[in-house]
Structures are given as C-alpha cells and as structure tokens.
Design a binder for this molecule. Structure first.
Ligand code: MG
Length: 457
C-alpha cells in the first residue's frame, strides 16, 4: 500500500489526532536533547518454536536463561498469552496486523506456511505495526525470519520497515539466503553465527536511532530446527544443543536490554519477548517443551498456541508481576499503535485489543475470548476459563476428529486439558456456540496467499 492509500484507510483527522497525541500522551518521555516529548520505542523479540516450558522463568529445570529471568523480574510475565496460529506464517501475519490470519489470506489447509516456491505473501492492503508507526515518524527495522513472502514485493522493506536483515523464511528451507534489505548477501547463510550477527545488527540499529523513536521487530530464526549455536554456546547447556540455542537467544536478549539501559532508553522503551508457536515435538530431543500444557506446534491444544511472554518497561510496568489475563500476540498491534498515538484503522476488523491497561495495571483484563484456528478451520474457542474443542487433530498425519458436543475444559483448573467436563456444563457450551455464530457472521475469507505457487504466476 502506498502512503496515500494508507492514510486514506485512517479516519479523517487521524494525522491531527496523532499530532495531538504526540504532545499530550503521558506515556511520551521528554527528550533531554531537544526537550520535545518523544513517543516510546518498541522492541518485539519473537522466538521461533519456543515452547511454554523452555525458559527458566517459565519453569524449565536445566535451560539457563538469566537475562530473560531478569527481564521477567523487572517486568511482567503473562501466563495465559496466545499466538494466533500454531505455525509460523499465519502467526507472524497476525502479530504484525493484529488480525486473525483467516481475514487476510495468510492461512491454508493445504499448505500451512509459505515455502520457497510460494508466490504469495502478506497482502499490500494490510496495515502492519511498522507501516502504522511510520506515520508517527518511527524508525523501523526487521531483523530475522520474515516468512510473510520472500518475493521482492512482499519483503519487510515493502511492508513498513526501513531496513531488513535476515532469512526470509524458515531455516530448513533451501536455499536459505541471508538478506540485507532486498539483496542476498550470503547463500546459504552460515547459521552457526546467525544469532550473533542478528544481535549485532539490532544493537547497531538501536545505537543509530537512540535520539529518535524506533520500532525494532526481531523475529529470531531459532530454536526452529535445524539447530545451530555459535562456538561460545555450543556444548554448554545441560539441555544439549536445544539448550545451547535457547541460551544464546537469552544472551541476545541480555545484550538488547543492556544497550537500552546503557543509552538511557530503558524507561522509554517497551520490550516484548514471546514465541510464534509451541514446541516442534516431532523433532524429539531437538524440539522444545510445552511444560504442563498438552500438545505442541501445529495443534490447537494449549501447547501449540500458549506461549511464554514477558513485557518489560522499567518505571511503567510493575516489576516481578505475573499476569494471568488472557492476551494474544495480536494485541501487540493495538498496543503499539496506542502508545505511539496512532489511530487503529477503522475500515477493517482488528482482532487485537490494547494491552496497555493490563501492562500498567490500570484497567480490566483486555480480552475474554480466543479463537483457535488450524488453517481455515475453527478448531476451538476459549471464553473466560472455558475452552471448547469442536475439532481436534494432534499430529500432521492424524485425521481431524470432530466433537459434538465439543470437548470442554476449564483451563484455570485444568491447564493440561485432561478432564473433559462437557457433560456438566451444557450452558457454557451453548454460550460458546453463540459466540462462534457471531464470529462467523463477520468473517470474509479472501483467497489464500499460501496456495499461490511461483509457477502459477
Ligand atoms: Mg514457528
């Protein structure tokens, strides 16, 4: 979308509202250099296939994550935080647009993610966090795994990011190019030094923009399989190579937070750390752990979509808090726009809600409902403590199993989804069915971008 069309999608007077917000928003810090108020910086660090149980601060007994543990001790841990999909591409599309992937064609039942022979990508009509924040003058950068289309017209540099450095899809897909903006600089990428090089680029971006306001989207390539760690982390963790890789990610987070502190940016920067989907369990010892949750990557059981999430903003978020409120990666979109003083687009359905009241401890829980899609199928719905599974499908090769009445679990009592209590709670099921009907009334499903192949183009 060009700038003119982008601005048209916003309600009239949006620019004025943004400017007004710029000077009145109490979240904006005074910039010592020029005494003008400055919107907060935003950093989103997104691991790939990291499970709910893979961090020290989320209960892993042998993976050492002192930097993430400190981030949690200084910030807020969300204990019921969900990605919008159990696999990479739709999950990333949802994070950046605040919308369920079913609304923008970024899901499919035939091809679950984009591949090197895919001709599709995130449609130009979508508003990303980066393209929205550009309207408020943010410097924007994407470092890492993109996976929203690798053809030039879909690259991060065409979706609101000033700069891009990374591999445009998963690290098990060939030829695994390492790109700088729109150019391939190494092929195949040397993955042993990837986390270190990503981190160097991120630090450089922060240093370069320390007097401006910036948005850094940092989707790591790991711990997606194949696993690689640099020499200084190899054979160090008690948890083997998977642990080495996660410990290097932890080091990277430490470097980012240290650089923010060192440059006096910590109190004006909101940092999120989370993951795109649950652990890749079929990789056995090379896959992660969903902790006490059932299932993993690819499934709509809790282990596939409930993620570890930490939010950090010294001086704003109360330290050492655990928030059990329902929240989602989709909510990061509305939250970023709110703190930047940018209006949320009014011409489309946004599924994300503003997390700011939950982060600052000033308001009620942000959401009560989560929809669990696998491709285009609505498999399960969570409402309050209750989760109803209408369809379940554990592995990639297993056939989907329909349930009528749906399986019903109380996730506050039973986070492991062991005890089906549908028999005793027919009113809860009726209420969830009505929620599904309302949801489906507002659903338009565009052509899938994941089914377009390069040879068809
Ligand atoms: Mg993933």
């Amino acid at each position: 979308m060009n700038r003119r069309n982008f601005l048209k999608t916003f309600c009239k007077g949006a620019a004025a509202a943004t400017l007004a917000g710029f000077y009145t928003n109490p979240l904006f810090a005074a910039d010592n250099k020029n005494q003008k108020s400055k919107p907060p910086n935003i950093v989103v660090i997104f691991a790939d296939d990291l499970g709910y149980g893979d961090l020290g601060c989320f209960g892993h007994p042998t993976i050492s994550t002192p930097n993430l543990d400190r981030m949690a001790a200084e910030g807020m841990k969300f204990s019921q935080f969900y990605s919008a999909a159990p696999v990479c591409t739709p999950s990333r599309a949802a994070l950046l647009t605040g919308r369920l992937p079913i609304r923008n064609g970024m899901c499919s039942d035939r091809r679950r993610v984009l591949f090197p022979n895919s001709a599709g990508g995130l449609p130009e009509t979508e508003v990303t966090i980066a393209s929205a924040l550009k309207t408020a003058g943010y410097a924007t950068c994407c470092i890492g795994k993109w996976h929203l289309g690798h053809l030039p017209k879909f690259l991060p540099t065409r979706r609101g990011f000033d700069h891009y450095f990374g591999i445009p899809y998963s690290n098990d897909m060939k030829p695994t190019p390492l790109m700088s903006n729109e150019e391939t600089i190494e092929e195949p990428a040397d993955q042993t030094t990837l986390t270190r090089r990503y981190t160097e680029q991120a630090l450089k971006f922060i240093q370069k923009n320390k007097y401006k306001h910036f948005f850094l989207y940092f989707p790591h390539t790991f711990p997606h399989v194949p696993l690689f760690a640099s020499d200084s982390f190899k054979n160090k963790s008690l948890r083997g190579l998977f642990g080495d890789v996660v410990e290097e990610l932890d080091w990277s987070v430490g470097k980012i937070l240290h650089t923010l502190r060192q440059n006096n940016l910590a109190e004006n920067t909101l940092v999120f750390f989370t993951s795109d989907n649950g652990p890749w369990l079929i990789m056995n010892l090379n896959g992660g752990s969903a902790g006490l949750l059932r299932g993993g990557k690819g499934s709509t059981w809790e282990g596939g979509m409930r993620e570890p999430c930490i939010a950090w903003w010294p001086g704003k978020i109360k330290p050492n808090t655990t928030n059990p409120a329902l929240a989602s990666t989709m909510d990061i979109f509305a939250t970023c726009l709110e703190i930047a003083g940018v209006p949320v687009p009014k011409d489309r359905i946004i599924d994300g809600v503003n997390l700011l009241p939950a982060l600052l401890g000033t308001g009620p829980d942000p959401r009560n409902i989560m929809f669990f899609y696998r491709g285009t199928r609505l498999m399960a719905v969570r409402k309050g403590p209750w989760k109803a599974h209408f369809i379940t499908q554990a592995g990639y090769r297993e056939k989907p199993k329909e349930h009528d009445p749906p399986l019903l679990f109380n996730l506050e009592y039973d986070p492991s989804e062991k005890f089906n209590v549908a028999d005793k709670n027919s009113k809860v099921i009726d209420d969830i069915r009505r929620t599904v009907e309302r949801h489906k009334k507002n659903l338009k499903t565009p052509k899938s971008q994941l089914e377009l192949l390069i040879k068809d183009d």
